[in-house]
Design a protein around this ligand. Structure first.
Ligand SMILES: [Fe+2]
Length: 281
């Protein structure tokens, strides 16, 4: 998967409340955009929430660079302007750091297969926010986003018809801040745009992952379930649907948790990466 960045677009946007700050928008491939603040001292609050929300719906992923990071509580309070903040056991803000001996693969240095956040909680987060406090460059660990609305759009009619009849039951043991059993239809609708999206989390085998996720497919002949899952996994991994985000310290990233599923590439060496994450319903 590649995440080549094209040359900056020749558009720049004056920032709402800071006259000296210019914002340069640069498209990412195959989707997403970087919004770079030029001039220093820019804050995320300088951009009106509805403007930033529109950019995120349009681009799926928005990366803010050159903006000041927020203190932990300030980060949660900012996100409350977008809606209700989903409360996890660790609190409103979840610190994601790679641990030496983790109980769960999220904190491990291996890969994290595709999933959507909130599968094992009652509420389905609409947005998620990250800020990157620290990172070791060049050791992998990119966050990978797959745009399921495009996967659906490109599928043929017979495949779409099959998908429309499928639901899946996911089950996992609760060892960190999530767990349980949930059944979801494969095809859902984006709450803002009405565009069909896929809700799919890849099965995690007991051999490879710290806490496995079992997936049971309904609506498909049981003899064909494994082939069905393999076909779906192959489609969502195609490079034309995937953006790999290579973190830089200071990045603030906003993503549309409905259009996208996400995962993480494995790290190839020791990392001091520290992300903070907030999810908004
Ligand atoms: Fe996640």
């Amino acid at each position: 998967m590649s995440n080549s960045v094209s040359q900056p677009a020749d558009r720049s946007y004056p920032c709402g409340s800071t006259e000296t700050t210019k914002l340069i928008h640069t498209p990412l491939r195959p989707f997403g955009r970087v919004v770079q603040a030029i001039g220093g001292g820019a804050r995320i609050e300088d951009i009106p929430v509805d403007t930033l929300a529109r950019w995120t719906v349009e681009s799926r992923v928005v990366v803010l660079r050159g903006f000041q990071l927020l203190a932990k509580q300030e980060f949660a309070d900012y996100c409350r302007q977008w809606g209700e903040v989903l409360k996890w056991e660790p609190g409103d803000v979840v610190d994601l750091v790679v641990e030496e001996n983790p109980k769960n693969y999220l904190f491990d240095s291996g890969d994290v297969p595709f999933h959507w956040d909130g599968a094992f909680v009652e509420a389905d987060p609409r947005w998620f926010f990250f800020q990157c406090l620290d990172v070791t460059p060049g050791v992998g660990g990119e966050t990978v986003f797959s745009d399921t609305s495009r996967v659906y759009q490109d599928a043929d009619d017979a495949t779409r018809e099959l998908w429309s009849r499928v639901s899946m039951t996911y089950s996992t043991e609760k060892v960190v801040h999530y767990g349980g059993q949930v059944t979801e239809r494969l095809v859902s609708q984006h709450p803002a745009t009405g565009i069909p999206v896929l809700r799919f989390a890849e099965p995690l085998s007991e051999e490879t992952y710290k806490n496995p996720v079992h997936v049971e497919v309904h609506g498909v002949d049981p003899a064909e379930a494994d082939g069905f899952l393999a076909d779906l996994a192959e489609r969502v991994h195609r490079p034309q649907y995937c953006y790999d985000h290579d973190w830089q310290a200071g990045d603030i990233l906003i993503a549309d948790n409905f259009s996208l599923i996400h995962g993480r590439n494995a790290f190839s060496g020791p990392t001091r990466r520290h992300l903070q994450r907030v999810e908004v319903i």
